[in-house]
Design a binder for this molecule. Structure first.
Ligand code: BGP
Length: 464
């Protein structure tokens, strides 16, 4: 076999509670920021499809887990919805939620699929947002209690925990760039949210370790390697600053237990630092993870700014660089993201060379395509582009492994077509097609291909 992967390599996919469960306001679950935002501004969602009935996993979990098995997954990530387990954010546990999560965990195990469980996937309970969300340290404390409750209820069977998925996204979306609720544009508040999220992470890690639970705990970060337009020092500096803001702001505390001094100095100079309290430093230092999940979709190409900043404009990372549209880049036009397969290798090399080669895995990678129906033949979607996408990323991952990376697996985003936030069902990502009208599931060509790769633990180049 040309591309053989290590024994016990994790083959699977990732999903999240808010994007797949549906039943967002029933069976004891309370609203999240998504339900609220959809109520307030439905036109901000593609075709005005909101978070209420996403992909109906709540009803179809048994069938869906059978499909995971069919896809030869040995591991699968989903999340627990805080607003389902503890509807008020703190206090009473919803017994229906406990039953539901017990059922899916048990069923996965019964099918030989190791559950990877994430505790927060952009889905802040509205009750907690009303208390200030991540700007309020009491919400941090409530989150730590929620995490502890999860470890207590499910930790006898779940051995792979993640505190957050892409914690920078609610910061960017909710407090900088207006693509998540509460649609604030204010860097200092964004910095506070980011900082408190990492404190919440570190507290959950602390509770996990103090509780003596078996297994490991990590975090999932979306890493976007920064590539400068040129070797000109101004472009290099622009890429360095973009890296500080968008990667190292979470990567360094997660792996090294502290923030990059250059980032702290920059924010201090512009009076954007959050308020720190005694004890925070030690807490963050103790929050270093056992395992890092890397979500990789696209690179970040940057150049230096040509124009001066308007000093009255809101402080933004873009004060220090410009985005660079490299001529000839390969694009996924539906999502507007560049496809750059080598990025996965560059991330793994950076982790190996600069972060002590931590245990890690690719926790998301994938391609959202619009109107996939046009590729259907006899009812099955022939998504050769997705096969190529995965295969070409795996080739670079394989090379990183040969050079010594401790990358333990590859999870696809995603298992079944699901609800993509404000894009709703515009772009489809799944190995399995979801018919929105009938809720029927049908495996795409890429799903069959992946099942083969997983069962053979590798592939040869011209196989499709
Ligand atoms: C990641 C998220 C996922 C998923 C994916 C695809 O950022 O962790 O939740 O949605 O990206 O992006 P999108 O759905 O915005 O197209």
């Amino acid at each position: 076999m040309e591309y053989q992967f290590p024994q016990d390599f994790w083959w699977g996919s990732a999903s999240s509670a808010p994007q797949t469960e549906g039943a967002s306001l029933s069976f004891g679950k309370s609203a999240t920021v998504w339900d609220r935002w959809f109520d307030e501004a439905p036109t901000r969602f593609h075709r005005q499809i909101g978070p209420a009935e996403t992909s109906t996993f709540y009803q179809h979990w048994r069938e869906d887990i059978a499909l995971l098995k069919h896809l030869r997954h040995n591991t699968f990530r989903t999340s627990i919805a805080w607003s389902r387990l503890i509807p008020e954010g703190r206090g009473a546990v919803n017994p229906e939620a406990v039953t539901f999560y017990n059922q899916i965990i048990d069923e996965m195990l019964r099918q030989g699929i190791t559950p990877f469980i994430n505790l927060f996937h952009f889905d802040m309970p509205m009750a907690m947002q009303q208390a200030g969300g991540w700007e309020n340290r009491e919400v941090v404390a409530a989150y730590a209690d929620y995490a502890q409750t999860c470890f207590r209820l499910f930790g006898d069977r779940v051995k792979h925990w993640f505190t957050f998925n892409e914690p920078i996204v609610p910061v960017e979306g909710g407090y900088l760039y207006d693509f998540h609720y509460p649609n604030v544009v204010d860097f200092r508040r964004a910095a506070t949210v980011a900082y408190h999220t990492m404190l919440a992470h570190a507290q959950a890690v602390q509770r996990f370790r103090e509780g003596g639970h078996q297994g490991e705990i990590g975090i999932i970060l979306n890493l976007t390697p920064s590539y400068p337009r040129s070797s000109h020092p101004a472009d290099q500096q622009a890429a360095h600053i973009a890296d500080l803001f968008f990667n190292r702001s979470f990567l360094d505390p997660a792996l090294l237990g502290r923030y990059p001094p250059a980032l702290v100095a920059l924010l201090e100079e512009h009076q954007q630092l959050p308020v720190c309290q005694p004890g925070d430093e030690a807490l963050l230092a103790a929050g270093r993870v056992d395992l890092l999940g890397v979500n990789y979709y696209q690179p970040r190409r940057v150049k230096c700014r040509d124009a001066l900043v308007n000093p009255h404009s809101p402080f933004m990372p873009e004060w220090f660089f410009d985005h660079y549209a490299m001529p000839g880049r390969k694009m996924n036009p539906y999502r507007g993201w560049e496809i750059y397969e080598k990025g996965i290798y560059d991330i793994l090399s950076d982790l190996r060379q600069n972060y002590g080669n931590p245990r890690c895995f690719i926790s998301e990678n994938g391609m959202g395509v619009e109107d996939e129906q046009r590729f259907a033949r006899d009812g099955r979607i022939e998504d050769d582009y997705r096969i190529e996408f995965v295969r070409d990323h795996l080739i670079w991952l394989h090379r990183a492994l040969q050079e010594g990376s401790r990358c333990l697996g590859y999870h696809m985003w995603t298992f079944i077509d699901n609800w993509s936030w404000s894009n709703a069902y515009k772009n489809r990502y799944g190995f399995v097609q979801l018919d929105l009208d009938s809720q029927q599931r049908r495996v795409k060509k890429s799903g069959e291909w992946f099942a083969r790769v997983a069962s053979e633990n590798g592939f040869t180049l011209d196989e499709k």
